[in-house]
Design a protein around this ligand. Structure first.
Ligand SMILES: [Cu+2]
Length: 95
């Protein structure tokens, strides 16, 4: 996953619910960015907050209950400028 000024690439992805997820976040922008997941109710999902200085790569590992989550950058104005995305956690398919 890559962050630029001002977008996430890709802006979304799907993971298996309940399984460990490792996300790497590389900041290719000129200013600091973060990547955080929150629920529909706006609650931050534990373990998903990643803050990266320009040129820095950070990693987070977490697992998600089934559902849809919003990814966003909490720096002032960034979310409004397009730093948002969606992560879906779906039951692992059998076979
Ligand atoms: Cu940002």
């Amino acid at each position: 996953m890559v962050g630029t000024d001002f977008a996430f690439e890709p802006d979304g992805f799907t993971v298996d619910a309940g399984s460990p997820v490792v996300v790497t976040f590389e900041n290719r922008g000129a200013v600091a960015h973060d990547w955080i997941l929150r629920t529909d109710e706006g609650a931050e999902v534990a373990g998903t907050r990643m803050c990266a200085a320009p040129g820095e790569t950070v990693v987070a590992s977490f697992s998600l209950s089934g559902g849809t989550y919003e990814a966003w950058c909490s720096l002032p104005g960034h979310y409004e400028s397009g730093m948002k995305g969606e992560v879906k956690a779906e039951p692992a398919s059998a076979g």
